[in-house]
Design a protein around this ligand. Sequence first.
Ligand code: LMR
Length: 335
Amino acid sequence: MRLVLQLACAASLVVSVACGGSGVAPGTPGGPPIVVRFTHVAADFTPKGQAARAFAELANERSDGRLDVRVFPSGQLFGDRDEIEALQGNNVQFIAPSIGKLISFDPRFQIGDLPFLFSDNAAESRFWDGEAGRALLQSLEPQDIVGLATWPNGMRQLMNRTRPIHTPADTRGLKMRIPSGGLLVDTLEAFGAGASVIPFTDVYTALQQGVVDGTIATFDNIEVEKYAEVLDYLTVANVNSLSYGVLVNKTFWDGLPADLRQILSDAMDEATVLARRLATELDETAMASLKATIDVVELTPEERQQFVDASEGVWTKYTPILGQDLLDAALRVNE
Ligand code: LMR
């Protein structure tokens, strides 16, 4: 019996809890809970923060004390540079980075970054829920990662301190912050700007200190991170859409008792519905409140077309990288 318990405890190290002196395996009724850490870089009250908290509360309540899901917002545990590695090492069990940050595994994860591809976040969610999107997320499994859901955060806009942006001619010479490299670098360059990858938690300071002249960002992040305190101009360009991949360590996930995995999976489904609703609502309210505080440029159809035309070379370069089939699947969700 003792050997069985020792083995159970050794296995449970994978879920990052020590057995302590009780001799009862974590997650067993009456035993200590399995501690599950969920880290992300956004603020606690963003749609991502609220959905992560709802996920934790639902799972903790329904598991009757067998799970202790803890959420660490604002990059408290890990930031952009190390959270994926921490997930693979099972030092944290859940993360929710913007999907383009998975570029090092496969350049196709940049699909949502392609300028003017998805008509809105709902379209991007339909893509990730569909066959092609699910297959792409499943391709993470050999990396010890399971993609459980995607949560949207709105369309990305252009913000800067120097001048109002109406056309690509206005972005010329500006240095802009981007969350990840590759396709976003090419997009900003196609607009005549320079681009610099800066971790999310460092963006406000980088903008304040003039390390960069501006940033691409969603209304939600612009408002919550208070970029309008340090930047003067916002252009509603809807350049691309930001969605998060909610990822779990696969060894941890597969090693869970089936009933606890089901509880987490159901809680994730409900949190996903919440995340999607909150993101849509907040996108609208944040836009309205930003208009009261900062110079907002809304592009005319002709101005917007100039950005679309400038992006043509990015599409040409990335069509073979993303693959025509994936692109076709993405284009279909706009219909
Ligand atoms: C970014 O780096 O801009 C975003 O991915 C941050 C976030 O998590 O909203």
